[in-house]
Design a protein around this ligand. Structure first.
Ligand code: FAD
Length: 527
C-alpha cells in the first residue's frame, strides 16, 4: 500500500483556515502545493479518497470492462437520459488516470483565432505573462520533451528532462510521416524516467492509475508533498455542498460540507473552488442565496455556460501483416494542422497524438459484438491515435442542475466541419504510411476529459465570472482555478495549463492574504 495515512482524518483539525480549496485535482492539488510554506494555512477538501495502489491498477479488464475506478454519479442530458461521465473523484482528480501529456498552449491560443464556425476568444492575459508559470509546472511535474522538434512550440529553453524517444514501431511511423512532409514530434510527458526514476514505460499508463506512483499526477507530485510540508491539511471523503457568504453576499465566509455522514461548516478567509469544470459550475449554482439568486458569483449569468470539451475522435490504423510491439506508444504528436487547414477548409483543423497502446479488453465495451480474441488480434496490429479539434464557447452549451439537484449537460458540438476534415486527412495519411484499414469513431457526451469554460475568466463582468486573476467579479475572496476559467479551449491537452495557472493564482492569493495579516480585522475585512 502507498502511504495513504494522511487520508485517515476524523474531520478538519480547526474551525478556520486562511485558504480553503475545494477539489484536489490538477488545479486544486497544484494550488495547495504552491501555497505550502508560503505562510498561509490551507485546508484542501476532496470528495473522494486516495486511489488504492493495487494489482488491479494495471488490469485492463478491471478498468475498461469492470469500471473499477469509475466513481462519479450519473449526469443527465437535456432529454433527461442519464450517462456515466468520464470523470473521477480521487485525491488528484482526473490526473490519477490521465495520460500525462503535459503540453503548453501555443502563443496564438492566448489571442483571438478565426475558425469557420466563429471566433475563439482571446484570454485576459498573454502567453508571455503565463510562460514563467509553465516553466514552474514543467519542473514540478517532471516534464520530458524536446524543445527543437516541434516548430509550433513556443519555447527556447530545454525541458527539465530530455524527451523519452519512440519505440521502433512509433519511430517507423515518425519516419514515414516525415517522408510525407509532416512534422512528427515528441509529446512532452510527465513520467518519472529520470536516472533512478520509477517509471518502467509500461502499456498501462494512459487511462490507468500508476501502480508505481511514477506518473506525474497531482496526487503524487503536489498533494502528498504539500501535506508533508505541514502547512496544508487534507480532508478526504468530504463533499462540499455550498460556498457560504456574509450577509452582503460580497465575501465568502467558508464552505458547508458533508464528511462521512456529518454536516460541517469550515470558515475561510479565502475560498478556492477547483472541482473540475462541471462540478465547479454545479457548486456555484448550488450555492445560490438571497444575494445571489441565480447562483454564486453569477450576476453575468455565465456560470455553467460555454462548456467545451473538444471535438474528439479515436482513430485506429491496422496493418494485418505487421505487429505493433510498442509498450509505451504515447510518444508522438503532429501539429501540422494546428493553425492551418486544407484548400477546402482554410481554418485550423486541430491536433493529432498517439494514445496508450490499445488492448482488446479496452475496446470490448465499444465493440461488444466482436469477440475479444478478434479485438486482441486487431489491436496487436494497430496504431492508435486521438484526433481533436477546437470547439468554441457557446452559451447554450451549459451545465445546469435538475430540480432534484443532479447535474445536467446541454451539449451540441460546434466547429464540427473542421473535425471532419481532420479525420478525412488523417485517414489518408495513415493509409499512406502503411495502415490500409483505418477505423475512426467520434466521442459522445460521456467523454469529457477536457471539460472547460464553465466559469470563464475575462475583463468584462457582464460577460465573464472571473477576472484575469481568476477571482470572482462578484465575490471579493472567491477564486476558481480549475479548467472552468478557460475563455477558450485551445486544442492541446489542458492539464499543464491548469497547473501553470494554479502557480500564477497562488502568488495573487499569497500576496492578498499576507497583506491582510498586517491589518486590523476591520481593515482586513475590507481588503
Ligand atoms: C483518461 C483521461 C486521460 C487524460 N489525459 C490527459 C493528458 O494526457 N493530458 C492532459 O493535459 N489532460 C489529460 N486529461 C485531462 C486532465 O486530467 C484534466 O484536464 C485535469 O485533471 C482537470 O483538472 P481540474 O483541476 O480541472 O479537475 P480534476 O483533476 O478533475 O479535479 C477535480 C477534483 O475536485 C473534486 N471534487 C469535485 N466536486 C467536489 C466537491 N463538491 N467537493 C469536494 N471535492 C470535489 C473531484 O473529486 C476531483 O478530485 C485526461 C483525463 C482523463 C479522464
Amino acid at each position: 500500500m502507498s502511504d495513504t495515512s494522511v487520508g485517515e482524518h476524523t474531520g478538519p483539525s480547526k474551525q478556520s483556515y486562511d485558504v480553503v480549496i475545494v477539489g484536489s485535482g490538477m488545479g486544486g492539488g497544484t494550488l495547495a502545493y504552491a501555497l505550502a510554506d508560503s505562510g498561509v494555512d490551507v485546508l484542501l477538501i476532496e470528495r473522494g479518497d486516495f486511489l488504492p495502489q493495487e494489482k488491479q491498477n494495471w488490469d485492463p479488464r478491471e478498468i475498461f470492462e469492470g469500471h473499477r475506478y469509475a466513481n462519479a454519479e450519473q449526469w443527465y442530458d437535456t432529454s433527461g437520459k442519464p450517462f456515466s461521465p468520464g470523470t473521477y473523484y480521487y485525491v488528484g482528480g482526473n490526473t490519477k488516470l490521465y495520460g500525462s501529456s503535459l503540453v503548453r498552449f501555443r502563443r496564438e491560443d492566448f489571442q483571438s483565432t478565426e475558425h469557420e464556425a466563429g471566433e475563439s476568444p482571446e484570454w485576459p492575459f498573454s502567453y508571455d505573462d503565463f510562460a514563467p508559470y509553465y516553466a514552474r509546472a514543467e519542473e514540478v511535474y517532471r516534464v520530458h520533451g524536446d524543445q527543437f522538434d516541434d516548430p509550433t512550440l513556443p519555447r527556447d529553453e530545454p525541458f527539465p528532462y530530455p524527451a523519452i524517444g519512440h519505440e521502433p514501431p512509433v519511430q517507423e511511423a515518425a519516419d514515414a510521416l516525415r517522408r510525407l512532409g509532416y512534422t512528427p514530434s515528441n509529446i512532452p510527458l510527465g513520467i518519472d524516467l529520470r536516472d533512478g526514476g520509477g517509471c518502467i514505460r509500461c502499456q498501462t499508463c494512459d487511462g490507468f492509475p500508476c501502480r508505481l506512483l511514477a506518473k506525474s499526477d497531482a496526487d503524487v507530485r503536489c498533494v502528498r508533498p504539500a501535506i508533508a510540508s505541514g502547512s496544508v491539511e487534507l480532508l478526504t471523503n468530504a463533499y462540499v455542498e455550498r460556498v457560504l457568504t456574509d450577509s452582503t453576499g460580497q465575501r465568502a465566509t467558508g464552505v458547508r460540507l458533508r464528511h462521512r455522514g456529518t454536516e460541517l461548516v469550515v470558515d475561510a478567509r479565502t475560498v478556492v473552488v477547483s472541482c473540475g469544470a462541471v462540478n465547479s459550475a454545479a457548486l456555484l449554482l448550488r450555492s445560490a442565496s438571497a444575494e445571489h439568486p441565480d447562483g454564486l458569483a453569477n450576476s453575468s449569468g455565465m456560470v455553467g455556460r460555454n462548456y467545451m470539451v473538444h471535438n474528439n475522435s479515436i482513430m485506429v490504423g491496422i496493418n494485418p501483416l505487421k505487429k505493433n510491439t510498442s509498450e509505451f506508444q504515447k510518444t508522438l504528436y503532429i501539429n501540422d494542422f494546428y493553425t492551418s487547414g486544407t484548400a477546402d477548409h482554410p481554418y485550423p483543423l486541430g491536433h493529432v497524438q498517439l494514445i496508450g497502446k490499445l488492448q482488446g479488453e479496452m475496446v470490448k465495451g465499444q465493440r461488444p459484438l466482436i469477440p475479444k480474441w478478434a479485438l486482441s488480434q486487431a489491436t496487436a496490429r494497430s496504431i492508435d491515435w486521438w484526433l481533436f479539434t477546437e470547439d468554441l464557447p457557446e452559451p447554450d452549451n451549459r451545465v445546469t442542475l435538475t430540480d432534484d439537484g443532479n447535474i445536467q449537460i446541454a451539449w451540441t458540438p460546434n466547429n464540427t466541419r473542421a473535425h471532419e476534415v481532420l479525420v478525412r486527412e488523417m485517414r489518408k495519411i495513415l493509409r499512406k504510411i502503411g495502415y490500409p484499414f483505418v477505423f475512426s469513431q467520434g466521442t459522445g457526451i460521456e467523454v469529457n476529459s477536457h471539460q472547460a469554460g464553465t466559469v470563464r475568466a475575462g475583463t468584462d463582468p457582464a460577460t465573464s465570472v472571473l477576472d484575469a486573476d481568476c477571482r470572482a467579479h462578484d465575490v471579493d475572496n472567491l477564486y476558481v482555478v480549475d479548467s472552468s476559467f478557460f475563455p477558450s479551449l485551445p486544442v492541446m491537452n489542458p492539464a499543464l495549463s491548469i497547473a501553470a495557472n494554479a502557480f500564477r493564482v497562488a502568488e495573487v492569493i499569497t500576496d492578498r492574504v499576507a497583506t491582510r495579516t498586517h491589518h486590523t480585522p476591520a481593515e482586513s475585512a475590507s481588503l
